[in-house]
Ligand binder design. Structure first.
Ligand SMILES: CC(C)(COP(=O)(O)OP(=O)(O)OC[C@H]1O[C@@H](n2cnc3c(N)ncnc32)[C@H](O)[C@@H]1OP(=O)(O)O)[C@@H](O)C(=O)NCCC(=O)NCCS
Length: 206
């Protein structure tokens, strides 16, 4: 498996990247910001993406977004092709894009929003901590990305204060905690509380 900084030579993978992201969102039944092949190609052009290839076969991807005049960056669009899941690939892709972000934008805070436990675990191990949305970028362009998510109405209803996603932030000025294991039980419980609150679903709490 090759995990590398992507370039224009990887343009041919833009479509499969978008398709895999869209299909996975459908299967999970969760919200996701939609990406177009053009958008992905821009990321490849700027050297702001990491791709995982098994020979010539697409295996995974993630890219950097820059917000608030480089005060913040986000590592977004993480996707591992279903054939390559549960082998630690997401962890490796995230570590590579995190390193690239630190090199290219050393002063920037790195953040993400996610509903996924795997992403939460990976981010936590990299030194991110859960934060309220008020600690993330207020760049309207970032929040516009949520418009294509099926839970966007929740974000609007709460005046952008909270949603089903959890915000996570790595602040280069703060020393990361020694204990870098996420509390999965607490996260699952928080998620189920949010779902029952915001989606008015009857959710069994474990
Ligand atoms: C989420 C995703 C990127 C994980 O990729 P992956 O390569 O299978 O993940 P890894 O093998 O690196 O696993 C990372 C951690 O998450 C855990 N994990 C992986 N899949 C999991 C699942 N479905 N439920 C709970 N934990 C899971 C792993 O056990 C591992 O934790 P550990 O270090 O404690 O063992 C992949 O499933 C995917 O592409 N999903 C669809 C898109 C998506 O959800 N993207 C994130 C948007 S925020």
């Amino acid at each position: 498996m090759n995990i590398i900084v992507a370039t224009t030579s990887h343009f041919k993978y833009a479509q499969i990247i978008c398709d895999t992201i869209a299909e996975s969102a459908k299967v999970r039944g969760t919200g996701i910001a939609k990406r177009t092949p053009d958008y992905i190609r821009k990321k490849l052009e700027n050297g702001n993406a990491v791709i995982a290839l098994d020979g010539d076969t697409f295996a995974g991807f993630c890219y950097i977004e820059v917000w608030g005049h480089e005060k913040y960056v986000a590592n977004s669009g993480l996707i591992v092709h279903p054939n390559y899941r549960s082998m630690g690939l997401a962890k490796k892709i995230k570590a590579t894009i995190f390193k690239l972000s630190r090199e290219k934008f050393p002063e920037a805070k790195i953040f993400g929003i996610t509903t996924g436990l795997p992403v939460m675990k990976i981010n936590y191990e990299l030194g991110y901590k859960p934060v309220t949305f008020s600690e993330l970028t207020d760049d309207p362009e970032f929040w516009k990305g949520c418009q294509t998510c099926k839970n966007f109405d929740v974000l609007t209803r709460t005046d952008q204060k909270m949603c089903l996603c959890t915000g996570m932030l790595y602040d280069p000025a703060t020393k990361p905690k020694e204990d870098k294991k996420v509390n999965s039980r607490a996260f699952k419980r928080l998620k189920s509380i949010k779902e029952s609150l915001f989606l008015k679903k009857k959710v069994k709490r474990t």
